[in-house]
Design a protein around this ligand. Structure first.
Ligand SMILES: *Cc1c(COP(=O)(O)O)cnc(C)c1O
Length: 492
């Protein structure tokens, strides 16, 4: 299968999936997309529904990554989604009142959904390096709003032929997230705090990727830059799997009949996870609408309402920090799918120059045929956590709470009662201070003491990877200005 840049109007440059995964970003600054989306037949679905998660993943991946040997993908999926790595199951469902099915994507090594992609992606990259005859070291650069960084560090640590540097915004991640990153083990990892917000860190990484002089210097030093952010196709494709898997599980459990429509609600930041759900529909998932849920950084809500994407606005730090994003990079993929590469290139140019763009009416119309936007403020988010705990005995983290609150608002506004698959994106223990305050527990300066209190109160166990962080030594404490970022990969 051929991969194309979202901005490629010529459509003659041929890129394999291995090359797309190795490069991360296309040379023209666009993002890679498959030239066409493979579709699943009814027989494919029946086969998929009879499989376990690793086999489902291997089947979906092989449709997109057709240059990878199928047995290699099967082996990698077995290893990445092994029960030791996902002791609570890969993507189990907890059904809430009103046909809202919470898809728990946080049973992996870092207790957030990004493990679903980042446990498999390093293996895909390793294979891509071998398949393309690459001899240089791949230096992975990651900008993180919290969860990606740790998930990438866990995925890439001690992988041969790879180094990884993670940049996180100094005050833009939770204490637990910071501590998780600072204590990462492994000989090929480094972690640096950047003075600024997530977008500053992300822009810094993007600038490094698109600077030919830095690429030349890296090449001379025997390495090249690659990304683990959701701009990389290797991050996105594993995320398609769990939406299809969830549908199978709901059918297998008798909660849906095959073909019944679902809506999909996703607490959204970079637009990667929700775009994966959209791709699942292009493959055949009977999804009716996608609910794009934002926190106070509601740039996507406004975009879906008006067609104007405007990042020139105040940035808010919230209790759902992994969604504190004003540039939702993966939206570019949707724009390209529905509006074409020439228009996409124009809109992205405008975003770069002015911080905003306006989608033409016909494009907005197409987007709104599938996507609804909504957002939740801080108080409402806390109220959702409190009410869900009180009424259903189910503890949700602030990101998932944003999604759940938006589902409820959407249902109230529209009367649309279609069953919902809700992406539950983090363990509530990962955001213990906000969750504790929502359910009326006293705070504690010691975040680990707070975890124990939360566990005692709720009866839910502390996820093992979070508990382990308490006793690991802090290895990384460096803080830099954004302007210093380009120099970092060239140190040592
Ligand atoms: C990254 C993240 C999100 C946002 O996902 P995107 O793919 O960036 O839209 C939501 N919740 C949590 C917990 C996350 O870590």
């Amino acid at each position: 299968m051929n991969y194309l840049s979202t901005r490629d109007t010529e459509r003659t440059r041929r890129t394999s999936s291995a090359e797309a995964i190795k490069e991360g970003l296309a040379p023209d600054g666009g993002l890679y997309l498959p030239a066409s989306v493979p579709t699943l037949t009814r027989a494919d679905f029946d086969a998929l529904c009879a499989m376990d998660y690793p086999a489902r993943a291997a089947m979906i991946l092989s449709r997109f990554l057709d240059d990878y040997p199928a047995d290699a993908l099967a082996e990698d999926c077995r290893a990445a989604y092994a029960p030791e790595r996902f002791p609570g199951g890969c993507a189990p469902i907890r059904t809430l009142d009103g046909g809202i099915h919470a898809l728990e994507l946080w049973h992996g090594p870092t207790s957030a959904f990004k493990d679903m992609a980042l446990q498999i992606m390093p293996r895909l990259l390793s294979r891509a390096l071998a398949m393309t005859g690459e001899r240089r070291v791949a230096h992975i650069l990651v900008a993180t709003s919290g969860d990606t960084g740790k998930a990438a560090l866990e995925g890439y640590r001690d992988v041969d032929g790879v180094k990884i540097t993670v940049f996180y915004p100094l005050d833009g991640v939770s204490l637990m997230q910071k501590r998780q990153m600072q204590t990462t083990e492994g000989r090929n990892v480094s972690v640096v705090a950047v003075r600024g917000n997530f977008d500053d860190a992300q822009n810094g990484v993007k600038a490094i990727f698109s600077d030919p002089e830095l690429a030349r210097r890296a090449d001379a030093g025997g390495f090249f830059f690659s990304s683990a952010n959701s701009i990389n196709w290797g991050r996105l494709v594993p995320q398609i799997v769990y939406y299809l898997s969830a549908y199978c599980d709901l059918v297998n459990a008798g909660k849906l009949a095959f073909g019944d429509p679902v809506n999909v609600a996703v607490p959204t930041g970079n637009f990667g996870n929700i775009f994966a759900a959209y791709l699942a529909r292009r493959m055949g998932l009977p999804a009716a609408r996608f609910l794009c849920a934002s926190n106070r950084n509601n740039v996507l809500t406004d975009f879906l309402a008006t067609g104007v994407y405007d990042r020139t606005r105040e940035f808010h730090k919230t209790i759902s920090p992994s969604m504190d994003i004003l540039i939702s990079s993966n939206l570019e993929r949707l724009l390209s799918f529905l509006g074409g590469p020439a228009l996409t290139a124009d809109l992205m140019e405008s975003l770069k120059k002015t911080g905003k763009y306006e989608a033409p009416a016909d494009l907005l119309h197409k987007i709104r045929a599938s996507f609804s936007g909504g957002y939740l403020g801080e108080e409402d988010t806390l109220a959702v956590i409190r009410d869900t705990w009180r009424d259903e005995g189910y503890l949700v983290d602030p990101h998932t709470a944003v999604g759940l609150g938006c589902v409820k608002n959407y249902r109230q506004q529209t009367g649309d009662r279609t069953p919902v698959i809700l992406a539950s994106t983090a363990s509530p223990f990962k955001f213990a201070p906000a969750v504790a305050s929502a359910i009326g527990l006293a705070q504690d300066d010691d975040v680990f003491a707070l975890l124990r209190r939360l566990s005692a109160e709720t009866g839910d166990p502390i996820p093992a990877p979070l508990a382990a962080v308490e006793t690991l030594p802090v290895r990384f404490t460096r803080v830099i200005d954004p302007a210093e970022m380009p120099g970092i990969p060239f140190e040592s």
